[in-house]
Design a protein around this ligand. Structure first.
Ligand code: ADP
Ligand code: MG
Length: 725
C-alpha cells in the first residue's frame, strides 16, 4: 500500500513557491503607461491628417459610417504605429457565441513576387476580414457549405497591441456576421441595441427641451469576482482543469463564516499578481480602479471604471484573458467559474448600467431642480417598466449551467428579477402613485414647485445586496450576471428593453403634448400610470428570505430557477416581436441564441457528468477500496491476536463504498439516456436526471473524504486549495 504522492507533492511544491521577479520599476507612474499600447484618439490625432481625424471622431460620436478613404489613411497610420510597437501580425478579434474571445492572425508581410515582401495593411483589411471560422456555434444561422463569416471593425472600440513573450500582435475589435448579415457574435447586437435605445432616449430628451442632444450611449461598469489558487493544486484536480469547478470536496472545517477574508489585507503573493495585472490592463487602456478581497477565502474582485457598453464589454473579455495569463506567470490559476467551490460564495460579475453622454452625464442622476428631477424620474420609470415587462429576458441573458449554482443560493440575488429603488426613491414613486409627490423623504422638506415633484439629494446612500437590479445613486446595478459571462449578453437586453420603455414614454408624452396637455401634468400622469402598472417589480425587502418567492408569485413575477426554465424566454412571441421591432435580432437570430444556450448547457453538464464518473471510478473509489482493505486487514489481525476489534469504521466505509459504486452505475445510466430529439428536452432531462445522480455520487465521496486515511486521499482538499496561497 503506497501513500498517494500527487496531492502531498502538490502541497510541498506550493510551500516551496518562489514569487517571480518584479518585471517593472516600482516607482513607475501609472499615467506613464496608461493606454501606451492603444491606438487611441490621442494617437490618431497626432498621426492622422486633420480631416481624417475629424471623420473618425464623427464616426465614433455620431455613429456615422466610416468613409473608405478615411479607412485607408487610418489603416496606414495604424500599421506604422503597430510596427513601431514590435507587432508582426494583426488580428481581427471577435466574440463568438461561446462567450469566449476569438482571433485570427495574419502577417503584415505581403510577398511582392520578386522574392521579397513588404509590410502592408489597407483600409479594406482594417475594416473587413473573412475568418471563415465555421466551427463556431451558430444555432442554425448558416450551413457549413456556405460557411463564410465576416468580421468588421467596431470603430468605437480602439485597436491595441497585445504583447506576448513570443511576439506582439495588433488587435482590432470586430463584429462577426454571416454572409447574409446575421449576427454570429455578441458584439453586433450590443451595437444594434445601443442604437435603438439612443433613438428613443433622444426623443425623451427633446421633450424635456434639449434641442439637439448628443447621442445617448449605454455605460457599463463591470465588477469582476474571481478565485486564485496555486497551480499545483489546480493541476492535480481534473475537475477544476476540465470543468472549471470542483465536482468533489467536503466542506472545510473553516469556511467563510468568520468574514475574516472580506476586505481583509491582501496576501503578498496576490498583491504581486494584482500589481502585475493592473499594469498590463493599464497598457491596454483598461481603467482598472478598485480591488479588494471578497467574501470567500481565496476570492477577490476587480472593478474597472465604467465605459461605453461596447468598449467595456471588449475590455472585460481582455481583462479575463489577461488575468488568466498573468496568474500563470505567478504560479497560480485564476478561476472565473461561477461556483468553483461548494459551501463558500460563488463569483458574479455585477453590471453597473447607466445611460447618458458627455454633455448631460448620467441620465439616472437626480437633478438640482424639479425640472431635472422630472426628467430623471421619467428615465427611472422607464427602467421600472422595462424590468417589469421583460424580467424574463434579463434572467435569460444570464442563464448558464454554472450560473444556476449561484442564483438563488443565498449568496447572489434570487432568480426572481425585481428592482430595488432605495427608501427615498421608493417613497417618491409611492407618493406619485397616490396622486403626486410633494416632498422627498431624505430631506424632509416640502418642495411645492410647479412640477409637484420633489427635490432629491444626490446620493440616497442605502444599499441592498440581495436585489438583482438595484438603484445605487447614479446607476442601476444588475447583480445576476455570472463571473464567467460576457457583459454583452445582459447589456443587449438592458438596451433593448430600455429602447421599448423609452419609446413608450416618448410616445405617451408626445401625444399628450400634441393634445395640448400641460407637459408637467403629462409627466405626472405618465409616472403615475407606470407605477400603477409596473410597481409590482419594486421590492426593497430581503431577496434572500423564504417569504419573498411566495410574495413574488402573488405579484405575478417570474421565478425562472434554472437555465432550462429561462432560455425559452428568448423565443416567446413577445420577445421575438420586441427584438425585431427594435432591430436587435431577427427571428432566426433569436432562435440561434436559444439553441446555443441549450447546447452550451448540455455540453457543460455532460463534461461534468463524465468527469464525475471518471474521477469517482478511477480516483476516489480506489482510495476508498484501499482504505477498506486496510481496515479489514486490521480487523482480521486484531481478531487473530485474540482481541475484539471495533468494526464500526469498516462498516461505515463499506456502506459508503457500496453507495458510491451504486451511484456511479446510476449516473452512467443517466448519461446514456440523455440524448433526446429537441435540445430543450435534452437539457431538461439532464437537469432532472443527470445533475441529481452527480449529487448522489458526490455526497458519498465527500463523506468518504472525512473517513479515509489522509495519506491515501488523492485530491487536494478544500482547506488546502482555499487557504494555501
Ligand atoms: P460597489 O462595490 O459599491 O458596487 P465598486 O466601486 O466595486 O462599487 O464598483 C462600481 C462600478 O460601477 C465601477 O465599475 C464604476 O465605474 C461603475 N459606475 C460608477 N458610476 C457609473 C455610471 N454612472 N454608470 C455605469 N457604471 C458606473
Ligand atoms: Mg463591489
Amino acid at each position: 500500500m503506497t501513500a498517494n504522492p500527487v496531492r502531498l507533492q502538490a502541497i510541498a511544491a506550493v510551500e516551496a513557491h518562489v514569487p517571480p521577479p518584479i518585471s517593472f520599476d516600482p516607482g513607475e507612474e501609472p499615467g506613464e503607461i496608461f493606454g501606451s499600447n492603444v491606438f487611441s484618439l490621442t494617437v490618431m490625432q497626432k498621426r492622422l491628417p486633420k480631416t481624417v481625424y475629424k471623420s473618425v471622431v464623427s464616426t465614433i460620436e455620431k455613429s456615422t459610417p466610416l468613409d473608405p478613404e478615411v479607412a485607408d489613411a487610418v489603416a496606414s497610420a495604424m500599421k506604422d504605429w503597430a510596427l513601431e510597437k514590435g507587432a508582426t501580425h494583426y488580428a481581427h478579434v471577435f466574440y463568438p457565441l461561446t462567450g469566449l474571445t476569438a482571433e485570427k492572425h495574419d502577417s503584415f508581410l505581403d510577398p511582392v513576387g520578386d522574392g521579397t515582401a513588404f509590410a502592408s495593411f489597407s483600409g479594406k483589411t482594417l475594416i473587413q476580414g473573412e475568418p471563415d471560422a465555421s466551427s463556431f456555434p451558430n444555432g442554425g444561422l448558416r450551413n457549413t457549405f456556405e460557411a463564410r463569416g465576416y468580421t468588421g471593425w467596431d470603430v468605437m472600440s480602439p485597436a491595441y497591441v497585445l504583447e506576448n513573450p513570443n511576439g506582439n500582435t495588433l488587435c482590432i475589435p470586430t463584429i462577426f456576421i454571416s454572409m447574409t448579415g446575421e449576427a454570429l457574435d455578441h458584439k453586433t447586437p450590443v451595437l444594434r441595441s445601443q442604437q435603438a435605445m439612443a433613438v428613443h432616449a433622444k426623443r425623451v430628451l427633446e421633450l424635456f427641451g434639449h434641442s439637439s442632444p448628443e447621442n445617448v450611449v449605454a455605460y457599463c461598469g463591470p465588477e469582476q469576482e474571481y478565485f486564485l489558487i496555486d497551480s499545483h493544486f489546480f493541476l492535480s484536480r481534473p475537475d477544476l482543469l476540465n470543468a472549471g469547478r470542483t465536482l468533489f470536496g467536503a466542506k472545510p472545517p473553516k469556511g467563510q463564516e468568520f468574514d475574516d477574508h472580506y476586505f481583509g489585507a491582501i496576501p503578498a503573493r496576490v498583491l504581486g499578481f494584482m500589481m502585475d495585472t493592473e499594469r498590463e490592463l493599464f497598457k491596454l487602456g483598461i481603467p482598472a480602479k478598485t480591488r479588494h478581497n471578497e467574501v470567500a477565502p481565496g476570492q477577490f474582485e476587480i472593478a474597472p471604471m465604467f465605459e461605453r457598453a461596447n468598449e467595456a464589454s471588449d475590455h472585460q473579455q481582455l481583462l479575463m484573458t489577461t488575468f488568466k495569463a498573468v496568474a500563470k506567470k505567478h504560479g497560480m490559476e485564476c478561476l472565473f467559474h461561477e461556483k468553483p467551490f461548494e459551501g463558500v460564495n460563488g463569483s458574479g460579475k455585477h453590471v453597473n448600467f447607466s445611460l447618458g453622454n458627455s454633455e448631460l452625464g448620467s441620465l439616472l442622476v437626480p437633478g438640482d431642480n424639479p425640472h431635472d428631477n422630472a426628467q430623471f424620474l421619467v428615465f427611472c420609470a422607464a427602467v421600472i417598466r422595462a424590468v417589469h415587462l421583460h424580467g424574463g429576458l434579463l434572467r435569460a441573458s444570464v442563464a448558464s449551467a454554472s450560473n444556476d449554482h449561484r442564483l438563488g443560493a443565498n449568496e447572489a440575488p434570487p432568480a426572481i428579477i425585481s428592482i430595488f429603488l432605495g427608501e427615498q426613491l421608493a417613497d417618491v414613486f409611492d407618493q406619485i402613485a397616490k396622486g403626486g409627490a410633494t416632498h422627498s423623504k431624505e430631506k424632509g422638506t416640502l418642495t411645492i414647485g410647479v412640477d409637484t415633484l420633489p427635490n432629491l439629494t444626490k446620493d440616497p446612500g442605502d444599499r441592498n445586496r440581495t436585489s438583482p437590479f438595484a438603484f445605487t445613486g447614479n446607476r442601476f446595478e444588475f447583480r445576476a450576471p455570472g463571473s464567467n459571462q460576457t457583459v454583452a449578453g445582459p447589456m443587449v437586453m438592458i438596451n433593448t428593453i430600455m429602447a421599448e420603455a423609452l419609446d413608450y414614454c416618448a410616445t405617451a408624452l408626445e401625444a399628450a403634448v400634441s393634445e395640448g396637455t400641460d407637459f408637467n401634468e403629462a409627466v405626472q400622469t405618465l409616472l403615475a400610470e407606470i407605477v400603477a402598472n409596473h410597481g409590482a417589480v419594486i421590492f426593497n425587502g430581503n431577496g434572500y428570505s423564504d417569504e419573498w418567492p411566495i410574495e413574488a408569485e402573488q405579484r405575478g413575477l417570474k421565478n425562472l430557477r434554472t437555465t432550462v426554465d429561462a432560455l425559452p424566454e428568448l423565443i416567446s412571441p413577445e420577445a421575438i416581436e420586441l427584438f425585431s421591432k427594435y432591430g436587435v435580432f431577427n427571428e432566426g437570430e433569436a432562435h440561434s441564441r436559444f439553441e446555443i444556450g441549450c447546447e452550451q448547457y448540455i455540453l457543460a453538464v455532460a463534461v461534468e457528468a463524465n468527469l464525475t464518473l471518471e474521477i469517482g471510478a478511477t480516483t476516489i473509489l480506489p482510495a476508498a477500496l484501499r482504505y477498506q482493505t486496510e481496515l479489514a486487514l486490521n480487523v482480521k489481525a486484531l481478531a487473530d491476536a485474540g482481541l475484539t476489534p471495533d468494526k464500526s469504521t469498516l462498516e461505515t466505509v463499506s456502506g459508503l463504498v457500496a453507495t458510491l459504486s451504486a451511484g456511479l452505475a446510476t449516473l452512467k445510466d443517466a448519461i446514456a439516456h440523455e440524448h433526446l430529439e429537441e435540445p430543450l428536452e435534452t437539457a431538461t432531462s439532464i437537469r432532472d436526471n443527470v445533475l441529481p445522480a452527480m449529487a448522489t455520487v458526490r455526497a458519498a465521496a465527500d463523506e468518504l473524504e472525512g473517513l479515509v486515511a489522509d495519506d491515501l486521499w488523492p485530491l487536494p482538499t478544500y482547506q488546502e486549495m482555499l487557504y494555501i496561497l
